[in-house]
Design a protein around this ligand. Structure first.
Ligand SMILES: *[C@@H]1O[C@H](CO)[C@@H](O)[C@H](O)[C@H]1NC(C)=O
Length: 214
């Protein structure tokens, strides 16, 4: 006859065995190079066969790449699933942000938490919440945190170029720029003015600038 204590011990051992076997399965699946020709799903792209993955898939470079220009004298260099498919489903990505003198990255959000580390130059950064804003000036080796879904901005406040590294808790968080959400649409200017508290002349001016209509 088993004592209650012996039974508890057997249950514990069974649970540990189950945990161990499930983690060792996970280890076999710990990378999945995206097949970018197929449709992205909520958990990532379908995988290419792991036998086709080589060391080259684990290395990439921004050298010689143009980056993504943002109208305000900023260039983004993402290291995300779309250009670095080995991170598919890995819940992580990164990128370089370069701000020319006088440049900025206007208000935006991501579907990911972000840590931003400044390499060179100086950046004024701000995090906006419905109740208050958190503003800081960052120099080389300083870093900051932008939580998922919160509006934030970067302004080059130094005399030269400013460069930062950004890490994201998602394999490819889109940039949702507030100015595009507000002005690159076809909602009529009077309605947008009513619901945004922005004057109609400014709405019309910015719709013209950011390819909106209405
Ligand atoms: C805006 O565009 C959508 C299609 O993208 C269309 O269905 C809608 O009627 C347009 N609205 C106006 C006010 O033009």
């Amino acid at each position: 006859m088993n004592s209650p204590k012996e039974m508890m011990n057997s249950i514990l051992i069974l649970l540990l065995c189950a945990l161990f076997s499930s983690t060792s399965h996970a280890v076999l699946q710990n990378f999945c190079k995206a097949d970018l020709r197929l449709q992205q799903t909520p958990t990532g792209y379908p995988c290419l066969p792991s036998e086709s993955v080589t060391a080259d898939d684990f290395k990439s470079s921004f050298n010689g790449k143009p980056g993504i220009p943002v109208p305000t004298n900023a260039v983004l260099y993402p290291a995300a699933v779309q250009n670095f498919p080995i991170v598919n489903g890995g819940r992580i990505s990164g990128g370089l942000v370069e701000l020319a003198p006088g440049g900025s990255l206007p208000l935006h959000t991501h579907g990911a938490n972000e840590i931003l580390i400044v390499f060179s130059g100086r950046m004024d950064v701000g995090l906006l919440t419905p109740r208050r804003a958190y503003q800081n000036t960052l120099g080389p080796r300083d870093f900051t945190y932008f939580p998922e879904g919160m509006q934030h901005y970067l302004i080059n406040s130094g005399p030269g170029k400013a460069v930062a590294f950004a890490a994201y808790s998602s394999d490819g968080p889109p940039f949702n720029f507030l100015h595009l959400t507000l002005f690159s649409n076809n909602v009529s200017s009077p309605i947008l003015s009513d619901v945004s508290f922005i004057g109609e002349p400014d709405i019309r001016k910015n719709k013209a600038r950011f390819n909106g209509t209405g």
